[in-house]
Design a protein around this ligand. Structure first.
Ligand code: 13P
Ligand code: SF4
Length: 304
C-alpha cells in the first residue's frame, strides 16, 4: 500500500482542484476503491450518485457504459473515463439495429435493457434495469410478455423470480460470470459443507441454483455484512472479495478468481492522468441521448 501513497495524494489533490468526484464500482481494485473512490457501489447506486452530485467533473472508475449512463443523467457535467477501451461483453453483444429487429419481430412487446448496454441501444428500448431492480421493472410494466436484453442469464434468473411475465431474451452473457460452473460450486460445497455461496445473477442457472443467495454486487456485500458467515465465496468478479474483506475481518473468503479485463483497465495511474489531462471525455450524440435518457429516467421513477 505504501507505494500507492504519492499517487493517491496527487489524485485527491487534483480532485479538489478540479471539483471532481470519483465514482468507483465494486469491481475496482482496493487501492482505487478505498483510497480515491468518493462514492462506491453497484451500477444502480453509482447512477443515482451521478444524478445527485454537485461536482463539476465525474471520473467513472468503471466501464464505458457506466460513464455513458452518468453522462445521460448529468448532461452538463464533464464525465471522464480513464480508459476508453474499458468495454463489456454484454454491451458489445447487441447493437441498436438488433433492437430495432427485435421490435419488428415482437410488435407490442416492451423492451427492457440491462444498463450494461450502449446509449444507442438504450435509445431503442423502453426502459432500463440493473441487476438490483430487474424483477420490479419487468413486473411493473404490467405486460404479459417482456423482452429483457441482452443478458440471457439475468433474464433466466428474473424468470425464476416471477410468474406474472413471460420473459424473452437475447444471447448476450458476461464473460466473467459465464465462466463459473455448477460443478465448481458443488466441488467447493463438498470440500467445505459450512461454506456459504452467494452468486451474481449474471451467472449461469446451475451456479445460481447451487447458491445460498443471489443479488447485485451491492446486495451481495450487504448480505455478507449483515449475515457475517464464517466462510463465504462471492461468485463474481474477484476484486470485490478484496474490497469487502477489508471491512469484515471476521469472515473468511474462498477466492476463485475471475477478473474482468475491462474493469481492470482502470488503474490509479490512468485516473491521475484523466484528471490531469481532462481525458477521456464521454459524450453522447444529443438525439440518442434524449431517447436513452427517457429509458433511464423511466426506470428511476418506476423503481425508486
Ligand atoms: P452490479 O454492480 O450492478 O451488480 O453489476 C455487476 C456488473 O457486472 C457490472 O458490470
Ligand atoms: Fe461486463 Fe461482466 Fe465486466 Fe461487468 S464483469 S463489465 S458485465 S464483462
Amino acid at each position: 500500500w505504501v507505494h500507492y501513497a504519492p499517487l493517491v495524494k496527487a489524485i485527491n489533490e487534483l480532485k479538489r482542484e478540479r471539483g471532481a468526484v470519483i465514482l468507483a464500482h465494486n469491481y475496482m481494485t482496493p487501492e482505487i476503491f478505498h483510497c480515491v473512490g468518493d462514492f462506491r457501489g453497484d451500477s444502480l447506486q453509482l447512477a443515482k450518485e451521478a444524478a445527485r452530485t454537485d461536482a463539476k467533473v465525474i471520473v467513472q472508475a468503471g466501464v464505458h457504459f457506466m460513464a455513458e449512463t452518468s453522462k445521460l443523467l448529468s448532461p452538463d457535467k464533464t464525465v471522464l473515463i480513464p480508459d476508453p477501451l474499458a468495454g463489456c461483453s454484454l454491451a458489445s453483444s447487441i447493437t441498436a439495429d438488433d433492437v430495432r429487429a427485435l421490435r419488428a419481430a415482437y410488435p407490442g412487446v416492451p423492451i427492457v435493457t440491462y444498463v450494461n448496454t450502449s446509449a444507442a441501444v438504450k435509445a431503442e428500448c423502453d426502459i432500463t434495469c440493473t441487476s438490483s431492480n430487474a424483477v420490479k421493472i419487468v413486473e411493473g410494466l404490467g405486460a404479459p410478455r417482456v423482452l429483457l436484453i441482452p443478458d440471457q442469464y439475468l433474464a433466466k434468473y428474473v424468470q425464476t423470480q416471477t410468474d406474472k411475465v413471460e420473459i424473452i431474451t437475447w444471447k448476450g452473457s458476461c464473460e466473467v460470470h459465464e465462466r463459473f460452473t455448477g460443478d465448481e460450486m458443488e466441488a467447493m460445497r463438498a470440500a467445505d459443507p459450512g461454506l456459504k455461496i452467494i452468486a451474481h445473477p449474471e451467472c449461469p442457472p446451475d451456479v445460481i441454483e447451487a447458491s445460498d443467495f443471489t443479488g447485485s454486487t451491492a446486495a451481495m456485500i450487504d448480505w455478507v455484512k449483515t449475515k457475517r458467515p464464517a466462510k463465504v465465496v462471492l461468485v463474481t468478479e474477484c476484486s470485490m472479495a478484496s474490497n469487502v474483506a477489508a471491512e469484515v475481518p471476521d469472515v473468511e473468503f474462498v477466492r476463485p478468481c475471475n477478473l474482468c479485463p475491462h474493469m481492470k483497465r482502470i488503474s490509479l495511474e490512468k485516473i491521475y492522468e484523466a484528471l490531469l489531462y481532462n481525458r477521456y471525455e464521454v459524450t453522447v450524440d444529443p438525439t440518442v441521448a434524449e431517447k436513452a435518457r427517457r429509458a433511464v429516467e423511466r426506470s428511476r421513477s418506476t423503481a425508486s
